[in-house]
Design a protein around this ligand. Structure first.
Ligand code: ADP
Ligand code: MG
Length: 311
């Protein structure tokens, strides 16, 4: 079987017309409506989107799931912990070097409330941006007290502050990780309870997965016993290749409980949305990519509602 069976020209998604004017999302919930259209989790769910491989769809997954949940009326905070700041870009959040960011939270102990910004295009969605400063944080964190748990502490304080101020309780905190297993990712693993792993349906997709799982196990043993892989999302699925189907089958065999039924296809709309400072959910809500991310978000929310306490 040839491994490279890509036929980009034939993909219906590639020539799919824009089915809605740019930016004209049809939110599933009315603006200002108090009742979310998806179940609210019993406790805030902190989910870190992680995979030490780059380019597998971490950022795309983090911003689109966050936007989809927020459009359903849930209160969502996205924390960008990648110095590249791609998640901040996709949410149209100012992240020039001088803007207060997750760097200030981790290194200087600045409260989250002082650095978070509302997403201009999606109600109920907030973002803690990442700036280029964050590139130095891995090294600066090494000499700081409680270097692994600074994000967790900041989140706990922020949630208590909100409660004390009578502000709406946060439903989801989604953390977008850099493609490494350094202190930034460790901070995300300590702050979270759940890990969402996007897996690209391509050759070598599973390479390195056991290393990631080992690291999660280490964090569980030493730093955060509640951490577990709750969700796996198959991304960049190409229905015309046997390779995609094989990878999907293998992942479903190994992780039957965690893999979402929704798979995200390889789609031009998904890849061009960030260059417009948008998620695909707002850029072209009727595209297949947007709909699959919506489906994935709905599944995540319903699973969370059913979740007893399987940590
Ligand atoms: P990571 O955060 O893991 O490095 P990204 O989410 O930035 O990965 O995705 C890597 C690249 O692939 C980006 O250019 C992104 O726009 C593109 N991409 C992600 N998901 C899809 C998809 N479903 N279809 C097409 N391109 C995608
Ligand atoms: Mg990324």
């Amino acid at each position: 079987m040839p491994l490279d069976t890509h036929q980009v020209e034939d993909d219906p998604e590639m020539t799919e017309p824009l089915t809605a004017p740019l930016g004209a999302a049809a939110p599933p919930v009315e603006v200002g409506s108090a009742e979310p259209t998806l179940p609210r989790p019993a406790q805030p769910r902190v989910i870190t989107v992680s995979n030490q491989k780059g380019g597998v769809g971490k950022t795309t997954t983090a911003v689109n799931i966050a936007a989809a949940l927020a459009q359903h009326g849930l209160q969502v905070l996205l924390i960008d912990t990648d110095p590249q700041g791609n998640a901040s870009t996709a949410l149209n959040i100012d992240h020039r070097a001088e803007v207060p960011s997750i760097y200030d939270v981790l290194v200087d102990g600045t409260p989250i409330s002082e650095v978070m910004q509302p997403c201009p295009d999606v109600d109920n969605l907030w973002c803690v941006p990442a700036t280029i400063d964050l590139a130095g944080a891995e090294i600066e964190l090494v000499s700081l007290v409680a270097r692994e748990s600074r994000m967790k502490k900041a989140l706990d304080v922020w949630m208590r502050e909100r409660e004390a101020a009578g502000e709406p309780r946060i439903d989801y905190v989604i953390i977008d990780c850099p493609p490494s297993l350094g202190l930034l990712t460790v901070n995300a693993f300590v702050a979270a309870r759940e890990v969402l792993i996007p897996i690209q349906c391509e050759y070598y997709a599973l390479e390195g997965l056991s290393q990631l799982l080992n690291n999660i196990q280490l964090i569980q043993t030493h730093l955060n016993q509640d951490l577990h892989v709750s969700t796996i999302l198959l991304t960049m699925y190409d229905a015309r290749t046997r390779l995609s189907a094989q990878v999907a089958e293998e992942v479903r065999e190994h992780f039957s409980q965690q893999v979402l039924a929704a798979t995200v296809p390889r789609s031009v709309r998904v890849s061009e949305a960030p260059s417009h400072g948008q998620t695909v959910i707002t850029y072209d809500p009727h595209s297949t990519g947007a709909q699959r991310y919506q489906d994935a978000a709905v599944e995540i929310a319903h699973r969370g509602a059913e979740m007893k306490d399987e940590a």
